[in-house]
Design a protein around this ligand. Structure first.
Ligand SMILES: [Cu+2]
Length: 116
């Protein structure tokens, strides 16, 4: 048990370090709280954001559902990035997920999994 906890702590420290270092070289970085649920959500958001105009790098942390985005301020803005996340189907801070995009997500990735 103690070993497991130590492993988790080391893992978290490593993750945090990696993210901070990855983004150190970028001028413009924002953190956006999303409604991501699982690993598929993480992959979907990171992939779609990386294809979005002006995005240089995007990494989502599933522990707190916060996506860190490095972007080019000449090509995009925090508002546009949140809009893009909404269009993928997820909440982005105060911007609510686009309903149609959200409904297209697999059931396990939706905000409220419907009761059976
Ligand atoms: Cu998911």
């Amino acid at each position: 048990m103690r070993k497991l906890i130590a492993l988790i702590i080391v893992g978290m420290a490593f993750n945090f370090g990696a993210t901070a270092q990855d983004f150190a070289k970028y001028d413009k970085v924002i953190k956006v709280k999303t409604s991501a649920v699982c690993k598929m959500c993480k992959e979907r958001i990171e992939r779609d954001l990386s294809l979005t105009k002006g995005v240089e790098k995007a990494i989502l942390n599933l522990d707190d559902k916060v996506v860190t985005v490095a972007y080019n301020e000449k090509k995009t803005s925090p508002e546009k990035l949140k809009e893009a996340i909404s269009k993928i189907g997820y909440d982005a801070d105060e911007v609510i997920a686009d309903q149609k995009a959200h409904d297209r997500l697999p059931d396990c990735c939706q905000k409220d999994v419907k009761p059976h």
